[in-house]
Design a protein around this ligand. Sequence first.
Ligand SMILES: [Zn+2]
Length: 407
Amino acid sequence: MKYLILLGDGMADWPLPDYDNRTPLEIAHTPAIDDVVSRGVTGQFCPIPDGLPAGSDIGNLSMFGYDPGAAFRGRAPIEAANQGIHLADNQVAFRCNLVTLEDGVMKNFTADHISTEEAEEIIAVLNDTLGKEFPVKFHTGVSYRHCAVVDASEASTLDNMVRMACEPPHNISDKEVAPWLPKGDGSAMIHQMIARSQEVMADLPVNQRRIAEGKLPATSAWFWGQGKAPEMESYADRFGLTGAVISAVDLVMGIGVCAGLDVIKVPGATGWIDTNYEGKVQAGLKALDDHDFVYIHLEAPDETAHQGRADLKIQAIEDFDARIVAPCLEYLDSHPDLRILVAPDHFTTIETKTHAGGPVPFALCGKGITPDDNTAYSERIAATTDVLIEKGHTLVERMLRDSVMLF
Ligand SMILES: [Zn+2]
């Protein structure tokens, strides 16, 4: 049997007062996802375990069938895996943002979306200076998003590094950063690295050019999201399956790498509503020829909700339905030895413009799935069923392991 997961990031939402208290999934015209329910089942599951933050890292780990409580070791090591960085046992990976601070305030957590080429110049300078003064090596990522690997001399230092409280810079926009510097044992070195980065980045030619072009300079490194290499058994060992992942998002591709899956890069996959839907679905269905499992991730519903744009989120869901789910259902008609699961990884609400936990709806159809009586997909309909899978990752685990799924 083969398995296909179609993931609409942040697709679940709360009722919108401006739309008769309907959710974007209820407002959007989604005949294909409704058809998945008609052919199969719907219900609720919890991709975000209680007590963990409602992040895409946690939610997507569940959607790959891993218990985030056991597997999650921070966001940076997952991104590092995607960059081909292998962490030794005594190493901790941090996400290193290039940011713009102005008078000690987090003016811009992306350094005004600095280009990768410009960032490369800065990362080289950081390696020539901080890299020689501290046990750290910087790796260039994309735009403002980079990786810093810190060597810990002793196990206690390693544990301190992992436990340190580091604030994501996107949470402190326009705030004074001093109260948000890393806290905990061992944080003094990170404070020194941040201060030193500001010295070496001041007056760099790349920053002078940016200022001349009317752009913000990158004035500081900011460290967060740290952790050791995640403890994840590969799909081959865990399920005896080969697999592939298709996404525009580093984090999701990184989980795929950690799970031993092939990462398929699709040109024009942007993470926005203009993404290459057809390219992603073609690559995904082609991958099913020689893989057992394929994960197609669509970021647009999440991004549009972060902007608070109900209209764009509805459009993103309709595009997901017509351009991703519909062709996959057609594929199922000619390849019946297949299961298709459609789901989000968490709520991203128009009301708050951010993520939220709680049970989200899934739709599952295909081989060995006995249909229930439902014929449409929404938060409300899923909540009327008596299916609530509290350990969200077990939904995928069961889909991949069991020949018969009883709900
Ligand atoms: Zn997400």
